[in-house]
Design a protein around this ligand. Structure first.
Ligand code: MRU
Length: 363
């Protein structure tokens, strides 16, 4: 698996996703401003990968800081977190990772700046490593939901490229294939940014998983024709009632799956849950620039002066979601109860780990 992002002595390396599939290149971010730009410009993208990049960005900002006292470092960290927080609004993993890094600082605030910097680096690298383990656990839980043989439709890219490795929705598919299931993937191209055509197709072909790209407006045709056994997608934020924010177009796929009695699964880590929101209505939806819609590979495909809308995400109401696959197990409706139960068990284990960690004060 080619790494999506890496901590190195020189800085944070990000696989340059806008260059894919034509070129496999890395961008080196030498400070947290460059990490923030990498998130904003979608060099790194996908909810879990954005969270990991933000954590690495905080650690890098602390490493580059010349603060001589813990208090001064704390004030700089607030600014670093604020710069990273302002990058993209929808994926809650970003805010989750920043909060975790702040808790790490609080737990070490009485130590020397050097010790705090070391602790922040350890924490960011732990977030990266945990993300891969979480995706494998999600895969193990989700693989059982997939048929022994058949076509799975996915939207956008919720794969290794959208995480530190292995993927969420594509992790479930990978785990099913590893278990011997004969899965073929149909990938929506995912206009306007083409994550399906450029990224999902690329990474699945690297793993030799049979993949067919379809344009977004073909999904209904194949669902109605009985060619799709189930749909698996990722998520950027899931509200307490199970409403799911994901890449624009997901809602339409979910409605079409429901209409055709095809199961619609969402695979996402616990860090994608936002139980502070009762439903999906309050999830902030990122609005992106018009050029993504008006141009293809730099060529204008619309007349100049035309109006353009470009919401990057939509919200799928929970009634269209058959199950939500997490690293803690599979949540079924009613999600208000099942998601809260999974989140509580994750919180309980995280508390126990913090208490048990030697030499660390509780945040
Ligand atoms: O705009 P993007 O490419 O960051 O959007 C990504 C998605 O919508 C993914 O489906 C989601 O983040 C889940 S990634 C495991």
């Amino acid at each position: 698996m080619i790494p999506t992002l890496e901590w190195t002595d020189e800085g944070v390396k990000l696989l340059d996703q806008p260059a894919l599939p034509a070129r496999v290149e890395y961008k080196l971010c030498r400070d947290h401003h460059e990490v923030a730009a990498g998130i904003r410009e979608m060099v790194v993208r996908g909810a879990p990968a954005i969270g990991v990049a933000a954590a690495l960005g905080v650690a890098l900002g602390a490493k580059r800081s010349s603060a001589a006292t813990a208090e001064a470092l704390g004030r700089e960290l607030d600014e670093i977190c604020e710069a990273l927080r302002r990058t993209r609004p929808t994926a809650v993993n970003l805010f989750w990772a920043l909060e975790r890094m702040k808790r790490c600082f609080a737990a070490h605030a009485t130590e020397t700046p050097a010790a705090i910097r070391a602790a922040l680096e350890r924490e960011a690298r732990a977030i990266l490593d945990e993300d891969i383990a979480i995706n494998r656990a999600m895969g193990a839980h989700g693989a059982a939901l997939l048929p022994d043989a058949g076509r799975v439709l996915t939207h956008c890219n919720a794969g290794a490229l959208a995480t530190a490795g292995y993927g969420t929705a594509l992790g479930v598919i990978r785990a099913a294939v590893e278990a011997g299931k004969k899965i073929e993937v149909y990938a929506d191209e995912t206009r306007p940014y083409l994550q399906g055509a450029r990224l999902t197709a690329w990474e699945l072909l690297q793993d030799k998983i049979p993949t067919t790209v379809i344009t977004d407006n073909m999904a209904g045709h194949f669902l109605h024709a009985g060619k799709i056994a189930c749909v698996v997608v990722g998520a950027d934020r899931i509200a307490a009632n199970g409403d799911v924010a994901n890449k624009i177009g997901t809602y339409a796929v979910a409605v079409l799956a429901h209409e055709n009695n095809v199961p619609f699964y969402v695979a996402a880590p616990i860090s994608t849950l936002d139980l502070t929101l009762a439903d999906g209505g309050a999830i902030p939806i990122e609005q992106r620039g018009a050029a993504e819609v008006t141009h293809l590979c730099g060529v204008a495909i619309t007349p100049e002066g035309v109006g353009v809308e470009n919401p990057a995400f939509d919200v799928t109401p929970h009634r269209y979601v058959s199950a939500i696959i997490t690293e803690r197990g599979v949540a079924r409706p009613p999600y208000g109860e099942s998601l809260a139960r999974l989140a509580r068990s994750a919180e309980h284990d995280a508390d126990a780990a913090r208490t048990a960690a030697p030499g660390r004060r509780r945040a």
